[in-house]
Design a protein around this ligand. Structure first.
Ligand SMILES: Nc1ncnc2c1ncn2[C@@H]1O[C@H](COP(=O)(O)OP(=O)(O)OP(=O)(O)O)[C@@H](O)[C@H]1O
Length: 193
């Protein structure tokens, strides 16, 4: 990545585009504090991200390329752990409600390893329902979702923006958000066209 200069405002969707290997996931790792850039700087509310990292991470909800669920835990346990790691106190009803909202009613007590790829992705996405954070950073969130799941996620993203939230995402999927989605194009990787 070179000459990358971007600002993400409240109430904005920023889509990172680029071919395989162009650095989309690496950029998201930099934006989530998991990787340090070799040069350049990141700021959050005018403060250097290095200094503001703790405060920044409390505003952030990151869902990575892999669903990040533990196969041996049930859907409910996975989501409960996610909430605990985010320091959010939730009761069983809230967890079950979030799972129902992502279409996992009746699967609450099934271990994630026994669920399909799309259902595991839905457990991860249930964090969006349960953990209130203004900034969402989502790496390929549409992966493995069926048409209904894609529709739900599109609506959820638009609702988050309408509520003043910000979303940074990567996706290879064509999706129907709207013309107000800003796009950053990362470099071309040579190879198959
Ligand atoms: N852990 C790593 N160590 C060394 N190089 C890495 C590492 N992770 C990624 N890279 C390099 O960075 C490049 C960009 O990888 P990245 O995962 O950011 O691409 P991407 O745009 O997200 O790709 P895709 O569309 O396939 O998900 C890779 O081709 C690889 O050369």
């Amino acid at each position: 990545m070179e000459d990358l200069d971007l600002v993400v405002e409240d109430g904005e969707i920023l889509r990172i585009e680029g071919p395989n290997g162009s650095g989309k996931t690496s950029l998201l790792k930099i934006l989530t504090g998991q990787l340090s850039p070799t040069s350049g700087q990141l700021e959050w509310h005018g403060r250097s991200l290095t200094k503001a990292l703790r405060d920044y991470l409390e505003t952030l909800l990151f869902i990575g390329h892999a669903p990040g669920v533990t196969a041996s835990l049930t859907a409910k346990e996975n989501l409960g752990w996610s909430a605990a790691l985010a320091d959010i106190r939730v009761d069983d009803d809230a967890v079950e409600h979030a799972l129902a909202n992502v279409g996992l009613y009746g699967f609450e007590d099934v271990t994630a390893g026994q669920l399909s790829a799309g259902q595991q992705r839905r457990i991860a996405l249930a964090r969006l329902e349960l953990i209130p954070r203004p900034l969402w950073i989502l790496d390929e969130p549409f992966t493995a979702l069926d048409r209904a799941g894609v529709g739900w996620l599109q609506e959820r993203i638009l609702a988050h923006r309408a509520a003043g939230g910000a979303i940074v995402l990567t996706t290879h999927h064509e999706f129907a958000l709207d013309e107000r989605v800003r796009t950053v194009q990362l470099g071309v990787v040579h190879g198959c066209a």
